[in-house]
Design a protein around this ligand. Structure first.
Ligand code: FES
Length: 573
């Protein structure tokens, strides 16, 4: 009988020919053209899992980074071997990169496990690549270090700092409102993405890099170094050295990614006002290790975390400034008393030991970017979790990126049945909408869209923009980009397409949002809702074959991280 293929098996298991001696003989023969001699076969083999693609512009600068990692591996006595995995660029992947995050995670997991490697450096950058790599590495559980590509440098237009994609969205809204001309829009377009790297505000890519660093899977300081900065190449080389040491020390992701490490990551997420997408991704990564992170935990940690980072879209500065001010280590040093300091990291040392060796840049201007613990920008963190009869299993909002006056709001619903319906009707002059309306988008969740696209920052209807109104309460079962902003409630679970209460809302129903009390409610009597529920029919959007069918049949809801049911481990906490 064929032996089960499990993560517990050594990564260097033989190819199955029914004769282990022949398998080793064949591998040696096929390795010789790489120039290896017998002594090399005894060295640790380090896979470099490269998500480079010319179609993923956030990863196009990976070549020199890979070379630097290889140098580091060689200098430390390992053998570096690069291999490709799926690349997911946000802007060029349709219908949404999120539809393929689990595919990328499976690719990473299976290739780490299938190939004869002792350790792996995971290269990522654009939004979904970092969680996918971490999910795969967590399941494969071979010694691993993440290395992200780093953020772009700041853009600039007419003296104003530009950030992708916060300003992509801001100026597009200004254009729709008629306040920016065609010519200006074109000039802005040329300045929005001025260098290699991922989006340079605290969007999903920057957030996931920061979380990865906070939970110990990247070298300290790695998240924020801009892509073109030569310190990133030196970091890449050090990452190559360190992965060999990690292999020799036998330290695996499961020893780093503990419950306490995730709590540290959530603490940092809340302190930096990071992307709501990180909630989904952290739950998914933890789920690979059997660790449960209920949404209530995010809210609980948010209520006791000072808001320390003045970063767009919730604040003023961008990743380049964040890096100069000290980046994640500076945030963690300020949060020291709130962190689990005994968590192990890829340095081989604990969080506490890493911080003991760290000195935060002292110039006072850096405290405008990362506040001192005693003088936070706000007393609580950046993400709040709501529940109520519109989202019994939770929804999320970024209060710091919302309009204060809308955080407690009652208004009549204007419902869009799908992303296509939204696109068709949002600017209809006859749309029954006022500035007080609550825009509802449904059937845009993991199953409904499918893939849970970033459509949650529903455009403000043109006729409302024309009244000088730039924000409204918006509610959906989809996500929004971490670079987006506004009074936007996301990830309502369960989603409408599986019968969640968003499916029951009708135009004109009153909805109440109360962020302070963490409530989101549809103000319709329960007997009426029961009648609507009984009459509800699921949308006919199920794929009949291929990846999308697998996805729709197995994807979990947002509160469980949108991973596949068969990829999560058995809960251990
Ligand atoms: Fe890749 Fe924004 S498009 S991080």
């Amino acid at each position: 009988m064929e032996e089960a293929h499990t993560p517990e098996k050594a990564a260097k298991a033989s190819t199955s020919y029914g004769d282990p001696g022949f398998s080793a003989f064949l591998r040696r023969a096929f390795s010789r053209h790489l120039g290896f001699d017998d002594a090399d076969f005894e060295k640790p083999v380090i896979g470099i899992c490269n998500t480079y693609s010319e179609i993923n512009r956030c990863h196009t600068h990976f070549g020199p980074m890979v070379e630097a990692v290889k140098r580091g591996v060689l200098m430390e006595g390992g053998i570096p071997l690069e291999f490709p995995t799926i690349s997911l660029g946000e802007v060029f992947t349709s219908p949404t990169a999120m539809l393929y995050r689990n595919l990328a995670a499976m690719d990473t997991e299976e290739m780490i496990r299938a190939q004869p490697i002792d350790g792996v450096v995971l290269l990522s950058g654009c939004d979904k690549t970092t969680p996918a790599q971490l999910m795969g590495a967590a399941s494969a559980d071979v010694p691993a270090i993440l290395l992200t590509g780093g953020p772009m440098l700041n853009g600039e237009y007419e003296g104003r700092t530009l950030g992708a994609c916060t300003d992509c969205r801001f100026f597009w809204q200004e254009y729709r409102a008629g306040r920016v001309s065609d010519e200006e829009l074109e000039e802005i377009n040329q300045a929005l993405a001025p260098s290699a790297g991922h989006c340079m505000v605290m969007g999903s890519a920057s957030t996931m890099a920061a979380c990865a660093e906070a939970m110990g899977m990247m070298l300290p300081g790695a998240a924020a170094i801009p892509a073109p900065d030569n310190r990133r190449l030196r970091l890449a080389e050090e990452t190559g050295r360190q992965i060999v040491r990690l292999v020799r020390a036998g330290i695996r992701p499961s020893q780093i990614l503990t419950y306490e490490a995730f709590v540290n990551a959530i603490r940092v997420l809340q302190a930096i006002g990071g992307s709501t997408n990180a909630v989904i991704h952290l739950v998914a990564i933890a789920g690979r290790l059997g660790i449960e992170l209920p949404l209530s935990l995010f809210d609980e940690i948010g209520r006791t975390t000072p808001f320390l980072a003045n970063l767009r879209p919730a604040g003023r500065f961008q990743m380049e400034d964040f890096h100069k001010a000290g980046g994640v280590p500076a945030v963690m040093s300020e949060l020291r008393d709130l962190l689990h300091l005994s968590c192990r990291t890829v340095t081989g040392r604990t969080v506490g030991e890493n911080l003991a060796a760290y000195r935060r840049p002292r110039h006072e201007k850096y405290y405008e970017v990362i506040a001192a613990r005693e003088r936070p920008f706000a007393e609580t963190g950046g993400i709040a979790v709501l529940t109520g009869n519109l989202a019994p299993r939770g929804a999320v909002i970024k209060p710091k990126a919302a309009s204060k006056h809308l955080l407690k709001h009652r208004g009549p619903a204007v419902v869009f049945d799908s992303v296509a319906d939204l696109e068709a009707r949002i600017d209809d002059p006859d749309l029954p909408v006022t500035p007080d309306s609550v825009l509802v988008l449904r059937n845009a969740g993991p199953v409904g869209a499918p893939g849970m696209p970033e459509a949650g920052m529903i455009p403000i209807p043109k006729k409302i923009l024309a009244q000088g109104v730039n924000d409204m309460v918006r509610i959906s079962d989809c996500r929004m980009s971490g670079t987006a902003f506004g009074t936007v409630v996301l990830h309502a679970a369960p989603e409408a397409a599986v019968g969640g209460p968003l499916a029951l809302v009708r135009d004109g129903d009153w909805i109440e949002l109360d962020v302070e009390n963490r409530r989101l409610d549809l103000l319709v009597p329960e007997d009426e809702l029961a009648a609507r529920r009984a009459a509800w029919q699921p949308p006919q959007n199920r794929a009949t074959r291929g990846w999308t069918r697998l996805y729709q049949e197995h994807v979990l809801q947002a509160d469980l991280g949108c991973d596949f049911d068969f990829l999560r481990a058995v809960p251990r906490r």
